[in-house]
Design a protein around this ligand. Sequence first.
Ligand SMILES: C[S@@+](CC[C@H](N)C(=O)[O-])C[C@H]1O[C@@H](n2cnc3c(N)ncnc32)[C@H](O)[C@@H]1O
Length: 218
Amino acid sequence: MPLGRQQAWSLVRRTYRTASPGTRLHVLGRFLTCPYLRVLDYLPPQARVLDLGSGHGIFAHLALAAGAREVVALEPDTRKVFLNFPRPGMRVVNGYRDAVRGRFAAITLFDVLYRVPLAEWPDLFAQLRGSLSPGGLLLLKELDPRHRAKAAWNRTQERLADLARRMKSLPPRVLQNCIRLLTGILEPALILAMGALVLLIVLAILLPIIDMNQLVRL
Ligand SMILES: C[S@@+](CC[C@H](N)C(=O)[O-])C[C@H]1O[C@@H](n2cnc3c(N)ncnc32)[C@H](O)[C@@H]1O
């Protein structure tokens, strides 16, 4: 069953409506930047699907709405597991790949492989192959190393999210000092960046005028 962009977004919005603004923003970012809808087109009808490293479970929700029979959303990060808001047909499992049971018509991985050490890839792929039913599909979306800026931005996002999670567990006084230190660095850096931008704009306006003056003198 094809799922239009508008319909998909409305489903995602409804699913996460009670989540915190931070989570909703993250979900919106993922929805806009990850080709979930294009991958849906490859799912066999009535498929049993495994989404490995499912994060907040966005793809699991979309796959069920698009006609999957069952989706197992496997995610090692317990905090994300509690933000999955499961629907009928969705099984959220908190664990690593050793928790995978049974066979699937499709296995999906969205931006997960780069988090798995290279040395583990052969074992991982062998296991996933063994978990596919005959004719099953492995659908893999990974950061394209040729798009360096995008890949760097995605990694930065993940690191910032990890850092934010670790910071939450710090004692309040230490957290306050960290925030003070960060704003102490960021404020002057922003002022400098704004100054540089203004200088660039002024130069961009002035240089053609100076050039024209020289032409008139010639
Ligand atoms: C960039 S997030 C992508 C989440 C989700 N697939 C999505 O599209 O939003 C990467 C996810 O991989 C998970 N992950 C990290 N190491 C993993 C591993 N060894 N096995 C499975 N998932 C892993 C992380 O917890 C994280 O949720």
